[in-house]
Design a protein around this ligand. Structure first.
Ligand code: BG6
Length: 517
């Protein structure tokens, strides 16, 4: 009997794969066409920082060309007036291709005056302008509201947007908030309440420009893509961690803002704390915004409460920076006589978790220091015993990883080698990686962060609970501050900054690379 013919195999089901998402020239998905509304569009932040970044994204083809920027502010102006203002700002920012600028400005920039007139107030007029622009450009309701505003104006504007129904849209709708996120825990909580009154946390992008820096983002790659680093990144192997953000500039023309903030609020609560959390966090379970930010929050929750004696405040006096005599803080324009505002902070803290218990973290920032330098220095423990002969030629320092966040971005690892010759002599040398050698100039972090907003990726933005945990840490110091010590401009801060490190047997690592490295 002939064998029965086996049934024909079912024909394979063909799943049609979705068309590939178009990529931008710098990689990553092309954002959706959108309307980018800047509130406070005539101000300094928009004109000096935001506008050039938005222009670069458009000029490089990183955003769809039909997207529009709608500037909004109280100053009465029409589209042409705003376009002229922005053309001037882009020229001042060094954009030399006047024809390209002109072309973009006239096709992509519009303006809406936020007057008090009109039924329903300024945000109702804004809403109807948005609707007509979206219709004109065939946009589907994807919107960003960028609050380029002084901190005190933010709550009212957020409420206005919410009441005018602008926190919801037919597409996606996101709001970008600049620091300061409050000036203590209570005001940060109030600000979060106002924001959450109109927007969902998933719509809120709190921007800290340090998180846009390539080298800051690289901290996670350096740690979690290199197993040998991660296996040494703990209390068994690390002697101490130092985070320094030194600036050679003084307060410039920002005394009005700086006098009420000081270095603790201006730099430590945000930029230094963000770097600290990235250095100290555990690996996230997945590469998602919430998984990353959960780990950062845990670091802040594990930090030991700070004591006044662990913190040093300083204020710069007249001195010399790079051979130039510069005046003291008290003589800067706009600074109140007798001001006690700190322009320098150094502190030591401990993160009491299984990874870091017992390892001191030293944080330091100041204006009018000898040079601009932002770096993380991780010093590893010295070998427990050494059998090399001790002699004058013998030197052995602990291995050290110095991560240069800016300028001269990169990192270097110092380690001991045998000096060639018959005797055993050791010397410290450094292995270096410079971003500039491998990749040329790094782009401004602002552009990367704007693209993240447009793509809806909040990984490199600060979540509400992160802001509040950071204030919980620093509030006790701000309400009971240490004395403000003088330091000469061009130095590394007041001598007391040495004390908090040396009294527990450590020292700041400010040394230059050894000769021959
Ligand atoms: C800002 C501070 O957030 O950061 C300034 O308000 C400071 O006072 C600046 O100068 C430093 O940023 P960067 O990127 O130059 O280190």
């Amino acid at each position: 009997m002939p064998a029965p013919t086996p049934p024909a195999p079912p024909s394979p089901v063909r799943l049609s794969s979705p068309p590939p998402t178009p990529a931008t020239p710098s990689g990553g998905a092309m954002p959706d066409p959108h309307l980018f509304v800047v509130l406070g569009a005539t101000g300094d932040l928009m004109q000096r920082k935001l506008l050039p970044s938005i222009y670069h994204l458009h000029a490089r083809g990183e955003v769809p060309p039909q997207s529009v920027v709608l500037g909004a502010a109280r100053k009465p102006m029409d589209d042409a007036g705003f376009q002229a203002l922005c053309t001037g700002a882009l020229a001042a920012a060094g954009e030399s291709d006047a024809a390209a600028v002109q072309n973009w400005v006239s096709s992509s920039l519009r303006y809406q005056t936020l007057g008090d007139d009109g039924p329903g107030g300024p945000y109702v007029s804004l809403a109807s302008r948005i609707a007509s622009l979206e219709q004109e450009r065939r946009l589907t309701g994807n919107r960003v509201f960028y609050l380029a505003l002084p901190a005190e104006a933010v709550p009212k504007v957020v409420q206005g947007l919410g009441q005018a129904g602008l926190s919801k849209s037919p597409g996606w709708c996101r709001v970008v908030v600049e620091k300061p996120f409050g000036r203590d825990l209570a005001s940060a909580q109030r600000l979060n309440q106002v924001l959450h009154g109109a927007f969902d946390e998933s719509q809120i992008f709190r921007i800290d420009h340090y998180l846009g820096k390539e080298t800051v983002q690289n901290l996670l790659v350096l740690r979690f893509a290199n197993a040998f680093i991660e296996s040494d990144w703990n209390r068994e192997e690390v002697e101490d961690v130092q985070i320094t953000v030194a600036e050679s500039l003084g307060v410039e023309d920002r005394a009005g803002y700086y006098e009420t903030e000081g270095a603790m609020r201006d730099m430590v609560q945000n930029h230094l704390t963000q770097v600290l959390t990235l250095v100290a966090m555990e690996p996230p379970a997945t590469w998602t915004a919430d998984a990353v930010r959960n780990e950062k929050v845990k670091v802040l929750r594990s930090a030991h409460p700070l004591r006044s004696e662990d913190v040093v405040f300083g204020q710069y006096q007249e001195g010399s920076v790079r051979g130039q005599t510069v005046s003291g803080y008290q003589s800067e324009p706009g600074v109140k006589p007798g001001s006690r505002t700190e322009t320098f902070v150094a502190l030591r803290m401990e993160i009491s978790n299984w990874r870091w218990h017992g390892v001191p973290f030293f944080l330091r920032t100041g204006k009018r220091m000898p040079a601009k330098s932002t770096r993380v220095v991780v010093t590893f423990r010295a070998p427990p015993v050494s059998f090399f002969p001790r002699s004058t030629d013998y030197q052995m320092s602990p291995d050290r990883l110095t991560i240069m966040l800016q300028p001269d971005e990169g990192f270097e690892l110092s380690f001991e080698i045998k000096v060639p010759g018959r005797a055993i002599r050791t010397q410290t040398h450094r292995m270096r990686f410079h971003y500039a050698d491998a990749f040329g100039t790094l782009s401004d972090g602002y552009e990367a962060l704007l693209l993240d907003v447009l793509r809806g990726d909040p990984t490199h933005f600060v979540r509400a609970d992160e802001v509040e945990e950071a204030w919980k840490l620093f509030d006790p110091i701000l309400s009971n501050p240490p004395p403000v010590r003088p330091y000469a401009a061009g130095t590394l801060g007041p001598p007391e900054a040495q004390r908090i490190v040396e009294e527990i047997g450590h020292r700041w690592h400010d040394d230059e690379p050894p000769a021959g490295s």
